[in-house]
Structure formats: structure tokens, C-alpha cells
Design a binder for this molecule. Sequence first.
Ligand SMILES: [Zn+2]
Length: 236
Amino acid sequence: MKKILFDLLALQDVDMKIRGLKTRLAMIPKERENFEKELAAALSSIKAKQEQIKNVELNIRKTESEIAKYDESVKKLQTNSALVKKNNEYQAMLSEIEHNKEKISNLETDLLKMMDRVEAMRKSLKEEERQSVAKIKTIKEELNELVVLEREIKEQGRALLAKSKEFATHVVPDLLDQYNRLLKDSGIPAVKLNGEICGNCNFKVTPQTRNNCRSGNIVFCDNCSHMLYCEKPEQD
Ligand SMILES: [Zn+2]
């Protein structure tokens, strides 16, 4: 391999590594955002369950105090009814007592249902918390790994950039200009000519281009203008 090609490919190898690192680095913010969303979702689901439990607990206390109020009222009516002389007043009190007892019975049924419900909710919350602890731990580890990865990529990138600058000084200026222009593309600036097919655009080159390449020269694709080289030029 001619030195001119060797130096160019050495530079390109470093630059392609830099490009790979940049691509990886660009993925990190989105990955971080996704992990943070997962974390927030895990926490908010627990918080929502805690709120629901609090609401039911509040209703339980309200119902209990209502029952106590009706109990009190029944006791008062019972005491007062003993002092009432008139039969119709006595009957009215008895019916009010019955009415209150019925209310108490209904409230007690509600209370039992709510207690069952809150019990099931507490159980479900406990299970979710157990699962979330593991999940949150994993997400936090993933987030930490991203921090480490980002730092490593940036360190590697800095080292490679220094190397690229140094290697660029070995490349002939004219060739370097052309190479730098192609580097801005998404493709690889200098590619192998496979038989008569360009390694970048996969189009067939002219026989003249192919022959020129086979003589050991760096040539340009007739179609995409990328640099072409032959790994084993015929003259070597
Ligand atoms: Zn091409």
C-alpha cells in the first residue's frame, strides 16, 4: 500500500471512530429522558395508590363518627322515651329509634365494605412498593451507567480528536481538503473499489476509473465522488 493511501486510511479510521462516538453520545439524552420517565411513573403510581388509601381511610373515619352520632341519638331517645307519658309521642320515638338503628346498620355495612377495600389496597400497595424498590434501583443504576458512559465517550473522543489532528498532518493538503469535504457526508470518504463497484454508492465505475485505481492511485467515484482505492494494486 502506498504511503499516501496508508496515511489517509489511518486518518479515516480515527475519524470513523469519532463519528461512531458522536452517534452514541447523541443517543444518551433520549435514553436518560426515558429512564427518568420510568422513574417518575414508578413513583407516581405509588403516590396515587397512597392517595386512594388516604381517601378511603378518611371515609371510614367519617362513617365511624356518623355511626357514633346515631348511637348517641338512639341512647338519648331511649332515655327520653321512658319519661314520655303520651302513647302517640312514645310511638313516634320508638319509630325514630328504629329509623336510626336502620341507618346505623346500613352505615356498618358500608364500613365493612370500605375496610375490606382498604385492606386489599394496602396489600396491593405493599406489593407494588416491593416491586418498585427493585425497579427504581435498576433505573437508578442505568442512569448512573449513562453518566459513566458519557464521560468515557467524551474522554475517548478527546484522545481520538488529538490523534485525528496529528494524522491529518501526514496527509497531502489537497487530498486532505477533498477528504474533509467528503467527511461531512454520512458515508465513508475513502472506500474500497470492489471489482468495479464503488464501496460507497454501489454503482459501477467506468473502466478508466477502475484501471486508474488498480494502478494504485486514489481515484474518485464517477457517481458519488467518494475516494476509491484498491487494496492490492496490480503494480505492488
Ligand atoms: Zn460511489
